[in-house]
Design a protein around this ligand. Structure first.
Ligand code: URA
Length: 446
């Protein structure tokens, strides 16, 4: 087999076989297929797509590029949650300690920021010393003791995703349904989990902007997970507006710390509580060997009351501290967030006139945050302190005197352009807009 022939086949719209896909992925990890050939394949997939069968083969080749975590001897249901990515989407850092406090085990392999979307690994890396490149033995220990870990792809676990993830970011091939599905599911299937809740984002700040596309991605990932023996469901949720009250790495981490102490923005609370309820339900499904059911209002409410107990009594926050310790981070910075990175330059943003915010475009906010230094853009360095605090959201009243957001950066030359981009995504109207629906639908295995 030759890489060039496989690339040509995909470029011409053909379907690749399992062995052809495995040849390229394996060859790339062994250094026999250079990055420029893998990049060419990614572009061909971006342009011509992949069938479900090819996507399953790609996922499986990516899992096989490294080791799968051995979690069989660890007590408790192993479950994870993964989002397809958005702006201000920080739920994993709240859910993982919460689920661990409630007795579940959450081994989470997450990613860095992709394009305008933030990445959990970047957010956690703002804790001094926090390591996201632990080896399998340390990860297993962390899972056993703290009840969860959040690690990146490594040379041991899914090195293919580590490589492809960076190449997609650099070759503008991020927004491809099969590549997103294989990237996410290969990480999840390397974790040794029993069940998985996916949060598939839709809207301007998502990788799949339209509802139909998001639904297609959700169905594909549920199918991959189920076919590989993991009980999987997907929620399709809104990403037209940034989630919560902050965008940017250390700023979002601070928001997670507040949330774990019970102080949630309403949209962040609704999404987090709903995902948590579905995770608890799936853990019951796995233990009782039944099939996932639609959660009725009462069931959602019951889980919610139980969940709040673990937040109110401090158990979830205590789990975060335990994990930060286990992953070599400075837990003092979590106990006292004033020790986390903070920007040297903060600029308030004021509305040009009085009215209600009727639109806050997540993509524009994500781009503005990247310009401030929170995303990778053209080089690999990110500023952990950069980002945006959003004081008012759609539906809130603003006036021409009081700031409704603040821009944070260590490079003041970035402020002007970032403010223009941020404001390009804001609309102010005379009338309060209708409340947005946050959770569009739940996708079950067929
Ligand atoms: N999250 C991932 O892990 N991979 C993607 O491709 C997109 C979001």
């Amino acid at each position: 087999m030759r890489a060039v022939d496989i690339i040509r086949k995909k470029r011409n719209g053909g379907a690749l076989s399992g062995p052809e896909i495995a040849f390229l992925i394996e060859g790339s990890i062994k250094g026999q297929v250079p990055d420029y050939q893998l990049s060419a394949l990614l572009m061909a997939v971006y342009c011509n797509g992949m069938s479900a069968e090819e996507t399953v083969a790609l996922t499986s080749a990516m899992v096989s590029s490294g080791v799968k975590l051995e979690t069989g001897s660890i007590q408790g249901v192993k479950i994870d949650k993964h989002s397809t990515g958005g702006v201000g989407d920080k739920t994993l850092i709240i859910l993982a300690p919460l689920m661990a406090a409630m007795g579940l085990k959450m081994p989470s392999i997450a990613g860095r920021g992709l394009g305008h979307t933030g990445g959990t690994i970047d957010k956690l890396s703002s804790i001094p010393g926090f390591r996201t490149d632990l080896g399998t033995e340390e990860l297993a220990e962390c899972l056993k003791t703290a009840g969860f870990f959040i690690n990146g792809q490594t040379d041991q676990i899914n090195p293919a995703d580590k490589k492809i993830y960076a190449l997609r970011d650099a070759t503008s091939t991020v927004e491809s349904i099969p590549l997103i599905a294989a990237s996410i599911m290969s990480k999840k299937l390397s974790e040794g989990i029993d069940a998985l809740v996916l949060d598939v984002k839709t809207g301007s700040g998502a990788l799949t902007k339209g509802l139909e596309e998001a639904r297609e991605l959700a169905n594909l990932m549920v199918r991959i997970g189920t076919s590989m023996g993991v009980t999987t469901i997907a929620l399709v949720t809104d990403m037209d507006v940034p989630l919560g009250r902050s965008v940017g790495n250390a700023l979002e981490l601070k928001e997670c710390i507040s949330a774990l102490k019970g102080n949630f923005a309403p949209d962040l609370m609704e999404i987090t509580m709903t995902l948590a309820a579905w995770m608890l339900h799936l853990a019951d499904v796995v233990s009782e060997e039944t099939v996932p059911q639609r959660l009725g209002e009462n069931l959602l409410k019951r889980y919610k009351d139980e969940i709040w107990d673990y937040i109110d009594h401090g158990d979830a926050f205590a789990k975060l501290i335990e994990c930060v310790d286990a992953q070599h981070g400075n837990a003092d910075a979590v106990l006292n967030p004033a020790l986390l990175p903070a920007a040297g330059h903060i600029k308030p943003v004021i509305s040009p006139w009085k009215g209600y915010i009727t639109r806050m475009d997540a993509f524009a906010v994500g781009q503005a945050s990247m310009l401030l230094g929170a995303g990778r853009g053209t080089n690999d360095d990110i500023d952990p302190a950069a980002g945006i605090i959003i004081g008012k959201k759609p539906g809130d009243a603003v006036n021409a005197e009081t700031p409704f957001a603040t821009l944070h950066t260590n490079d003041p030359s970035r402020l002007k352009e970032a403010e223009e981009v941020f404001l390009s995504g804001i609309e102010i109207g005379d009338r309060e807009p209708l409340k947005r629906k946050l959770i569009h639908e739940v996708i079950f295995p067929e």
